[in-house]
Write a protein that binds this ligand. Structure first.
Ligand code: DON
Length: 339
């Protein structure tokens, strides 16, 4: 057992709690009302099926670590998880092979480049990136236990389903649509092979990754998944452990540095919490020890991140007092002074 592992098992963990439930619900309603009319941005269309999703859907869901769930808007609409699968798969891989080996084989530093960058792999001396961008995520998927594609897929779908609390299913239309337009990810996987940074057949690893991205979730389910990362790896609704608490810390650390790709610094500056976006319009924001926020709104900015999702996360982080970097002078009793 490493020093790091021992220290993280300390009983001294400082987090806090969500405000009064009525206030939480009122703020979710307010966030939806404030931002629902935004008509900037557009659906992703490089995966043709994503362009068909109604672009003005907008759902916000927050699940607390006690399993209580707050919802506003279109929180029962099923959409594909896309890149939001990445932190959860990384957590499952850390659990399977250990955090040190996962770091050594995938990397954990941000690339500062878009999610599907090829240059990022070329620029790193050793072909490493991080498991939030496509290169590192395909490599992470390739590390799933099992010697066949089917065994690896089962490991991933079972693990992601445990995060969600029920059996997730693939949206076959979106899967086929992405698989038919997957030249870039196939190229990235092949490049990784030239650096010995993919750990299974690159074509099959890319296919499993593509299926993982096409798993259907609702904002409500996604908030339970996010809340599991906020709750030391135990699903707060099923009360079943999914990954160890130590792995949640590592997943959240990588989300902080790379969850919003080249915009991760701006995200952290505004929101002060780990987050992860997906091109279908989903986003998660994790408040450790408090809960998981999920939003769904398909209109994206240039970097492929949901516009309404980012606005809602910022508003709710501020209003619910979630920012990890926030403090108030002790001389004021730890309370905010009116501005
Ligand atoms: O690999 C891809 O391009 C998609 N399956 C996922 C990309 C994604 O969600 C990027 N996130 N904002």
């Amino acid at each position: 057992m490493s020093d790091r592992r021992q220290s993280s098992l300390s009983p001294c963990v400082s987090t806090g709690q969500l405000p009064d439930p009525a206030l939480v619900q009122a703020l979710l309603n307010e966030a939806r009302e404030r931002f629902r009319r935004i008509d900037e941005g557009r659906n992703a269309d490089y995966i043709p099926a994503l362009a068909q999703v109604p672009r003005d859907l907008f759902g916000i869901c927050l699940t607390g670590v006690s399993g209580n769930c707050f919802a506003a808007g279109d929180t029962e609409f099923a959409f594909t998880i896309q890149s939001i699968s990445k932190p959860f798969v990384f957590g499952l891989i850390c659990q399977a092979i250990g955090e040190d080996e996962a770091r050594d084989r995938l990397g954990v530093n941000s690339t500062g480049l878009p999610f599907n960058s090829v240059i990022a792999v070329e620029r790193a001396v050793d072909g490493l990136s991080n498991p939030m961008v496509n290169a590192g995520a395909i490599a992470a998927t390739s590390l799933a236990p099992g010697s066949t594609a089917e065994a690896k897929w089962q490991f991933i779908v079972d693990g992601l389903s445990r995060f969600a609390g029920h059996a997730l299913e693939v949206d076959q239309d979106v899967y086929r649509s992405e698989a038919a337009a997957n030249q870039r990810n196939t190229g990235i996987a092949s490049l990784l092979q030239s650096y010995d940074r993919i750990y299974f057949d690159p074509v099959q690893a890319t296919d499993i990754y593509t299926r993982q991205c096409a798993l259907k979730v609702t904002a409500r389910e996604l908030s339970v998944m996010a809340a599991t990362l906020a709750n030391g790896g135990e699903n707060p609704v099923t009360r079943k452990p999914v990954i160890d608490a130590i792995h949640c810390e590592h997943v959240l650390a990588v989300m902080v540095t790379a969850g919003l790709y080249e915009n991760s610094g701006d995200w952290l500056y505004d929101i002060g919490l780990p987050g992860k976006s997906g091109v279908s319009g989903g986003m998660i924001t994790v408040a450790p020890g408090k809960g998981g926020l999920a939003t769904f709104a398909p209109r994206l900015d240039e970097a492929g991140n949901s516009i309404k999702g980012q606005r809602a996360a910022r508003f709710l982080s501020e209003q619910l007092g979630l920012n990890l970097f926030a403090s108030r002078p002790a001389s004021a009793g730890g309370q905010a002074k009116p501005r």
